[in-house]
Design a protein around this ligand. Structure first.
Ligand SMILES: [Zn+2]
Length: 442
């Protein structure tokens, strides 16, 4: 058994009880948290001791909606301007993902995973698409996750947009990966059944997918009413709204993630609540695609579990949190709304979402939970305690640097130096080579 003590830091547990422990310490035994308390309480000898003076000790952050595959779009210049969200999909994302090879999938994942170690994000719930390289794509991404040492739930985004053969392959890729994860439970890799969105999936394909998922003890990960056009399409083609259609098809449930939910009505919120479905808010992406603002205040009032994702805009969860804080002020023309609702997405609900898939305890510094821990260098200019912490998180820590990242008791970065055994320069070079070729095919 190996022991690691982190001491002399400001320990912030997060979770519903969120405790701020001044001069706090954390004892890690192997992959888990053994004890949380005051530094003076720890007097034994330990294999390693980290001095967290001037550091805030937090659980690693969780990103509840991500697309690793979007990495190679950075700087791509030959995109026609789009007038709306479906235009963005047609002119950019659906042209790009069609060209992705298995190697592109692997490097597209490796780059943000390495970056996430630096930014303190230790768990991802990813949504992947590569219609010309479906089979084996999740395995390639899984190997990147494993090499970097983070945790991820993966899925393949099924749709009908590339024809019936690719749709069948998409179903199989989801089922194969879920079965693999079920056969050999793994604390680092989990699986969901990916669906792109209502407007790209026919009733037949949806029915086949739901039947294929039966008995696999899984949920679905799908974009829901991200733009108003998803609702228009559903009403026109299926005679019901998106959430009603998904509910009728058997897609909703406690393990299902409904990304976005920007354009949902009261009845749809009730369906999400009654089925115990998680909603994931992605404010930066919604701003970028000009689709609107999800009303997470109404969702929270209903008791819906709303988490926070980045939709690949960043791997930095505190950057995303800040956008959540402002966007509701602007949407409701009221500078006093949405603070707790936004904060809770990241500090409480993302853990609740992740803990539906992981049974080792993520997102909170608590005895018996997984030792996924980050240290941020921070010199608070005002008192930092349980009453003031959220203000420090949004307005100070969000701009501070992550110094140390630990996942499952393993140190992946210490004093801002990566310890993942990967040559970052070489990975970036290979990614640039592949991206140049991808852009030629685009
Ligand atoms: Zn997305």
């Amino acid at each position: 058994m190996s022991t690691l003590l982190i001491r002399n830091g400001t320990v912030v547990t997060l979770g519903e009880a969120n405790k701020v422990i001044d001069d706090g310490a954390l004892l890690i035994e192997d992959a888990g948290i053994k004890q949380v308390g005051k530094s003076v309480d720890f007097t034994g000898s330990y294999d390693k001791v980290i001095d967290a003076t001037n550091k805030v000790v937090l659980p690693g952050f969780i990103n509840a909606h991500m697309h690793f595959y979007s990495t190679m779009v950075r700087g791509l210049g030959k995109i026609e301007p789009a007038k709306d969200f479906v235009g963005v999909l047609n002119k950019l994302w659906w042209r790009l993902d069609k060209q992705l090879s298995l190697d592109d999938c692997y490097y597209s994942a490796l780059i943000p995973l390495i970056d996430a170690v630096r930014k303190g994000t230790t768990t991802f719930i990813d949504h992947h698409a590569s219609p010309s390289a479906v089979t084996g794509s999740l395995d390639r991404i899984a190997s990147a996750v494993r090499e970097v040492g983070l945790r991820a739930s993966l899925c393949y985004e099924l749709s009908d947009r590339d024809g019936p053969e690719i749709a069948t392959e998409g179903i199989k890729e989801n089922v194969d990966f879920i079965e693999k994860c079920n056969r050999k439970p793994d604390d680092y890799l989990k699986a969901l059944f990916g669906l792109h969105a209502s407007f790209t999936i026919s009733d037949d394909t949806l029915k086949t997918a739901v039947e294929a998922a039966e008995g696999l003890d899984t949920g679905f990960h799908i974009h829901v009413a991200e733009a108003a056009s998803d609702q228009e399409h559903s009403l026109k083609n299926f005679g019901k709204r998106v959430v009603e259609r998904l509910n009728d098809a058997g897609v909703l449930g406690p393990k299902t993630i409904a990304g976005h939910c920007v354009h949902v009505n009261e009845n749809e919120l009730d369906l999400l609540k009654n089925t115990d479905t998680s909603v994931v808010h992605n404010p930066q992406s919604n701003i970028n695609n000009a689709v609107g603002v999800a009303d997470i205040i109404a969702m929270s009032n209903k008791g819906i579990r709303v988490g926070l994702g980045t939709d690949a805009m960043t791997v930095n969860m505190l950057e995303e949190l800040r956008q959540a804080l402002w966007i509701h002020h602007l949407a409701q023309k009221n500078p006093s709304v949405g603070f707790m609702e936004s904060m809770n997405t990241l500090t409480v609900n993302n853990a609740k979402i992740a803990n539906r898939y992981w049974d080792i305890g993520l997102g909170e510094l608590r005895e018996g939970y997984a030792a996924d821990i980050i240290l941020m260098e921070y010199y608070p200019p005002t008192p930092l305690n349980g009453n003031t912490f959220l203000g420090h998180l949004g307005f100070g820590l969000a701009e501070a640097s992550v110094d140390t990242t630990i996942v499952g008791g393993k140190i992946l970065m210490e004093n801002r130096e990566l310890r993942i055994g990967i040559d970052e320069d070489e990975v970036a070079r290979e990614s640039r080579n592949l991206a140049a070729k991808l852009w030629d095919r685009f």
